[in-house]
Design a protein around this ligand. Structure first.
Ligand code: C2E
Ligand code: CA
Ligand code: CA
Length: 756
């Protein structure tokens, strides 16, 4: 813009005009003689001269104008550069905010052509939410006339936004009013930087503990969460080595692995135990990131962690519930299986033998039944403690269930004999530690254990091992309890036999290999009133197999259901055949029912179907139940028994005296007969205990209006004792062994010869 002319400029111009006039007059005086002759010579001379001077003056003035014009163009270009292309936007506004002028930059910033800017309110280009800022800013400017600054978001014509800083000032507009001058800066970049910083600052003060160290592990910075979790404030930690947090729970290898991962991958994540300022150990989930700086390599480490102690604790509680026995706190069956699996693979690596010991508390059931579960529990807890106290730290003592404990001895020796000796020594030691009486709530109790041992090698499967130890334990009990047995090759043969048996048993039904034998049950007059059906397996190679050798297996495999049905059908069809012969028509058959059969939800319906199909008189069918059936589910048992009783079926309580023998339960059952177990009959007369039990059972049975029968009667003396004490029915070798049907029928013909 051209400056206004000052006084000195004016003087200059006057001087210049005089100089011009002087120059012009000089030129005219030289040409004077050639001018017009019509006017008086003086006048025309003067006129001419005057014209001439004017002409020259004009020429000179023109020249100057051209010069000035050129200058103006230059100025204009400079103005364009400075104003239009300035790095900031310029606006001139009316005091109401209408745009009067806008430079090119502002049109670029707003993405809007000048025509769309001019005569529009600037607020049209400000984000709605920020218009107040603009308004207040303008108000303040107009009231104070002092320059103002504000930051707000402006909107381009395409709808996109940017952050702008508006610097405004006020100026007279030459029309007596005021104009506003606005300088507009795009500050989007700066704003973003600011918000990144504040995000970083907020992130640093997050819920997670954050710790920044240098490459040597010296703590440079920590946040508030760090202090909250660890109890260390920043003065405690800054400048200190990171190791002040160490709990001592991790070994050297743990930290070595951590660093090698960190170095290789630039990041490590894991759970780590650290120590709070108050010494408490806590668990954290920690992520360490190595901060890389281009060219400099790793410059810092940033640790970000959360306190997971509570999670850990509930995790541990869940773990305890899932893997430990609630009563004894010993590992349960599931954890034991894990440990055994580990031991097998460890044996494969080391070549060392381990051992598995099955420990069973002798006669635990009797204690439990007579003194109650709480006393039983006390014993189990004490036994658990004594077992635990006598093994190495690295050995596992677990509870397999009930009164059965398992001890796993790891890595005993590479020598089989040595390993066996070590296992045996421990087994004996365990038996000895049980000899000291237990104090069960004031009750002095002498407890003995039976131990079965199986050596563990790399070739074993977990099933093998459990089966072997179990069999060894069974042998120990069979040998009179309070002893220890090793699983040996003989037993191995037996095991293999059982496995073979299992597959053969599957075929036995379809191959019609089962037979029913019948053992007479005799009254005090020597008359056969009934027979007990006892199954035999007529094996193609082994000959007649006794039920004790396969019933248990059949129960385990579920085959007992098919077998039981076959027995029931066969017994019923036998009853049907006997119906027509006078000396057999009143004969009853007692059928043994296993728990698994009886527990079937449709058991009653099954029996009903068989009875109907065979067309027998159900009064002739007697079911022998064991106490274990009753204990399992009292309600269900009573319900089923009553339903079956409706048909006319009767019941006998088999093996009576070996189970829970609770009078209260017994009275609720619709029983017609109690069967004194063979084990009590065995030693009478002579053994005071058995004599007493036998007498009690007989008295009890009569008190409950039940018949009493004794099984396993082998001698006349036994029969006499029983008879003298009121037992009126007998079954045993004294009369007959169980017989195949043809032999039984022959036997029946001879019954009159039997001792009365
Ligand atoms: P249990 O019901 O206690 O049957 C009595 C067992 O004692 C029979 O053995 C019988 O042969 C035997 N015994 C009878 N009198 C004497 C005696 O004077 N001296 C000796 N030493 N033993 C005698 P068995 O037939 O080997 O049956 C064994 C067990 O197998 C039975 O015990 C019963 O629990 C079960 N069992 C047999 N047949 C069946 C069946 O059809 N179904 C079910 N579920 N179990 C059966
Ligand atoms: Ca029986
Ligand atoms: Ca029995």
């Amino acid at each position: 813009m051209k400056r206004k002319k000052s006084k000195s400029d004016l003087k200059n111009a006057e001087v210049q005009a005089q100089i011009l006039r002087g120059q012009a007059e000089l030129l005219v005086s030289k040409d004077a003689p050639s001018l017009s002759k019509d006017l008086s010579p003086e006048t025309s001379q003067d006129l001419l001269q005057e014209l001439h001077i004017h002409q020259i003056e004009l020429e000179l003035q023109n020249e100057e104008l051209l010069q000035q014009k050129a200058e103006l163009t230059k100025e204009k270009e400079r103005y364009f550069d400075l104003y239009e292309l300035a790095p900031v936007g310029y606006f001139t506004l009316t005091d109401e905010g209408k745009i009067l002028q806008a430079n090119l930059t502002s049109t670029i910033l707003l993405g809007t052509p000048k025509s769309a800017l001019l005569h529009h309110l600037i607020s049209n280009f400000i984000l709605h939410e920020d218009q107040d800022i603009c308004y207040h800013n303008r108000k303040k400017l107009l009231s104070t006339h002092l320059p103002q600054t504000c930051e707000l978001r402006m909107v381009k014509s395409d709808g996109s936004q940017f952050w702008a800083q508006l610097d405004s000032s006020i100026a007279k507009n030459g029309k007596g009013g005021m104009d506003l001058r606005i300088v507009l800066h795009d500050i989007t970049q700066r704003k973003k930087g600011e918000s990144d910083l504040s995000v970083a600052a907020i992130a640093f003060e997050s819920q997670n503990g954050i710790i920044v160290t240098d490459t040597k592990g010296i703590i440079l910075r920590t946040n508030q969460a760090f202090s909250r979790i660890t109890g260390f404030n920043s003065e405690d930690t800054i400048g200190k080595p990171i190791t002040i947090l160490k709990s001592g729970r991790h070994n050297k290898q743990f930290y070595e692995r951590m660093w090698s991962t960190l170095n290789a991958q630039g990041r490590w994540q894991g759970e780590i135990w650290n120590r709070r300022k108050n010494g408490e150990i806590y668990a954290e989930l920690l992520t360490i990131t190595a901060v890389q700086n281009e060219g400099l390599g790793v410059t810092h480490y940033v640790g970000n962690f959360s306190d997971i102690t509570e999670d850990k604790e509930s995790e541990a509680a869940i773990h305890r519930l899932a893997y430990y026995d609630a009563l004894t706190s010993l590992p349960n069956r599931r954890l034991l299986q894990d440990r055994i699996t580990q031991a097998i693979s460890s044996s494969a690596r080391s070549g060392e033998y381990g051992a598995l010991l099955f420990v069973d508390v002798d006669h635990f059931k009797i204690l439990n039944d007579t003194r109650g579960h709480s006393v039983g529990d006390l014993l189990l807890m004490d036994v658990a403690q004594r077992l635990r106290a006598n093994v190495r730290q690295s050995d596992t003592v677990g509870r397999q269930g009930g009164d059965e404990f398992v001890i796993l001895l790891d890595n005993l020796s590479c020598e089989m004999n040595e390993a066996a000796t070590m296992a045996q020594q421990l087994g004996e030691k365990l038996r000895e530690t049980m000899e000291k009486p237990f104090n069960l709530n004031g009750l002095e109790y002498h407890c003995k254990i039976s131990v079965g041992i199986s050596l563990l090698t790399k070739d074993d499967t977990i099933e093998d091992l459990l089966r072997q130890a179990d069999l060894a334990l069974y042998k120990a009990k069979d040998a009179g309890r309070n002893t220890l047995r090793f699983f040996d090759p003989e037993m191995q043969k037996e095991l293999e036999f059982r496995i073979a048996l299992e597959s053969e048993l599957n075929l036995a039904i379809s191959e019609k290999q089962f037979r029913l034998y019948y053992q007479p049950q005799v009254d005090s007059k020597g008359n056969v009133k009934s027979v007990e059906a006892l199954i035999r397996w007529s094996h193609p190679r082994r000959g007649i197999v006794a039920p004790d050798d396969f019933i248990h297996l059949a129960e385990e495999t579920g085959l007992i259901l098919t077998i039981g049905k076959w027995v029931m059908e066969t017994a019923c069809s036998q009853l049907k055949q006997w119906e027509t012969h006078p000396h057999t028509s009143a004969l009853k058959i007692a059928v043994n029912v296993s728990a698994k059969e009886f527990r079937q939800s449709d058991y009653v319906a099954q029996v009903e179907r068989i009875i109907k199909a065979s067309g027998i008189n159900p009064m002739l069918l007697k079911l022998e139940l064991t106490e274990s059936i009753v204990i399992e589910n009292m309600e269900d048992t009573i319900e089923k028994m009553n339903a079956l009783k409706q048909f006319g079926i009767t019941f006998s309580m088999d093996d009576f005296g070996t189970g829970f023998s609770s009078l209260a339960y017994l009275a609720q059952l619709p029983l017609t007969q109690l069967k004194i177990d063979k084990s009590f009959v065995d030693n009478i007369p002579g053994t005071k205990n058995n004599e007493m039990i036998t007498r009690t059972i007989i008295t009890m049975g009569h008190g409950l209006e039940m018949h009493v029968i004794a099984e396993g009667v082998e001698t006349q003396a036994q029969r006499e004792f029983l008879k003298a004490n009121g037992c009126t029915a007998y079954q045993g070798y004294l009369y007959s062994r169980p017989l195949p049907i043809t032999e039984l029928e022959e036997f029946l013909k001879r019954t009159s010869l039997l001792p009365a």
